[in-house]
Design a binder for this molecule. Structure first.
Ligand SMILES: *Cc1c(COP(=O)(O)O)cnc(C)c1O
Length: 461
């Protein structure tokens, strides 16, 4: 839509605590056909709630399969969300100026949470439901450390113990994330670890394995499955996780109303898909229901781990070892171990099934961007807007800048909204490497992906 001439100087669009959404939006309610079922790896048959009960509290299992459009957010969860929500929406005026673009660029900033990313939005909800069902300990994996710190915080606030399997490359590159988790009371080990059978098996094959999210998931799932007092918690990918994040997009819509504007393009980086979904699903709702169909919605991934743009849409395991149920998603093969990118949170072989379904149906688009170009975008953003972005979020910034430059070329005044999913204060090692000219691009690993895709399980029709 054309820019409205209401307020030419406003930079921040803020909401009150009472504007924190009271419900999560469940996009499954607006699907014309139901999402493909999750299958039992042994039988190939759809799994039921009882199959998941060793891993998750029943309330979250219900949310996972619910087709209700709105699910009430418990007051205890909203009370904690008030510590940092509603998060601000910024108009990136200085970046617009630096680019000389006629586009209006907005970003929703999720780095204001105590853990510095969007992840506490679901961590708090998950810890709450576990506590309510008398679970005393949670196990989880973490890539770059953001999810581990989010869950450590949430467990601390609800009095739960927390064990975190941290991908080894991040454990080594990011000691401060580990210390943060320990400050919030969690126990943290480098994955692959000798604490589980899955970890031991990988270490036997490759003692120098840099680890991956898939491997760490295997360890955390095994931990929960083999202990009575423990359940498992996942920071992305699952339906209920994406749903908990939809407060981001709901807030952003209200804030854009305050700006008297509407988004033409909505952008999020996508590792497992949760911050992307959190921002974009409330906008996708308007596409699915015919209310506003022309919005472009773009998921951005690294060229070194391009599950949407280069993966195969098929049933695969969520983890590396093959302990999880089979889910239909765009996958690079569960055995695929991505290059040690600095955007650790984007190093996952699969993608959230709900995001994949929307991509398959053409409701959303996907793009892949290389590492150096994302850091160039991050630098330009930091030098105009001030905030130093997480390397993951820089993928969204890259595409936002590219789209803004396209507006300039085409003389179009589009409104671009992206999710600044977190800050990069614990990623300064990556910035140091970039500034020293030591950052490298990783080729699209065609041969490795082809090999990993051969390992995807064959299902009988
Ligand atoms: C974890 C993380 C991501 C990637 O995870 P999604 O589930 O795809 O959102 C992106 N950005 C930040 C800051 C993260 O911490």
């Amino acid at each position: 839509m054309a820019a409205k001439a209401t307020d030419k100087t406003r930079t921040k669009f803020l909401l009150d605590e009472k504007d924190i959404p009271t419900k999560w939006y469940n996009i499954q309610a607006d699907f014309k056909s139901p999402a493909p079922p999750v299958l039992h790896p042994g039988t190939g048959q759809p799994i039921g709630p009882q199959d998941l009960a060793p891993l998750f509290p029943m309330e979250l299992i219900k949310q996972e399969v619910s087709r209700a459009r709105w699910i009430e957010i418990p007051d205890e969860v909203r009370d904690i969300l008030k510590l940092w929500r509603p998060s601000p929406l910024f108009r990136a005026r200085r970046l617009e100026k630096a680019l000389g673009t006629p586009a209006r660029i907005y970003y929703k900033y999720e780095g204001v949470s105590p853990a510095g990313s969007h992840k506490p939005n679901t961590a708090v909800a998950q810890a709450y439901y576990n506590k309510k069902e008398k679970v005393t300990r949670l196990s989880t994996e973490t890539g770059a450390g953001q999810w581990g710190s989010a869950l450590s915080l949430a467990c601390q606030l609800f009095g739960l113990q927390c064990k975190v399997y941290m991908v080894k490359v991040s454990y080594q590159q990011k000691p401060y994330r580990r210390i943060m988790m320990e400050t919030w009371g969690a126990q943290v080990v480098a994955s692959p670890s000798p604490d589980t059978q899955a970890g031991k098996k990988i270490l036997e094959q490759d003692p120098n394995s840099p680890g991956s999210l898939g491997i760490a998931i295997s360890e955390a799932v095994e931990d929960a499955a083999t202990r009575e007092d423990t359940k498992y918690s996942l920071g992305s990918v699952l339906n209920h996780v994406l749903m908990h994040q939809t407060i981001i997009g709901q807030e952003a819509k209200k804030q854009l109303e305050k700006a008297d504007d509407e988004a033409d393009i909505v952008i999020g980086c996508a590792g497992g898909g949760s911050n992307f979904a959190g921002l974009s699903f409330p906008f996708a709702a308007d596409k699915l229901t015919g209310k506003r169909t022309k919005t472009r919605i773009i998921a951005v991934e690294p060229t070194a781990c391009p599950s949407l743009t280069k993966g195969k849409y098929t049933y695969d395991f969520g983890d590396t070892v093959g302990l999880t149920p089979l889910v239909k998603m765009h996958t690079l093969g569960h055995g695929f171990v991505p290059a040690p990118l600095h955007a650790g949170g984007l190093r996952y072989h699969g993608m959230a099934p709900l995001v994949c379904k929307l991509y398959d149906e053409g409701v959303i688009e996907a793009m892949a961007v290389p590492q150096i170009a994302t850091f160039q975008a991050a630098m330009q953003f930091a030098r105009s807007e001030g905030i130093i972005p997480a390397p993951e979020a820089a993928h969204a910034i890259r595409v936002a800048i590219d789209e803004a430059l396209r507006c300039k070329k085409e003389g179009k005044r589009r409104a671009i909204l992206f999710n600044l999913s977190g800050h990069g204060h614990f990623d300064l090692g990556a910035y140091e490497a970039f500034l020293a000219g030591k950052l490298q691009d990783y080729e699209y690993p065609a041969a490795k992906i082809e090999e990993a895709l051969r390992g995807v399980p064959q299902l009988k029709a």
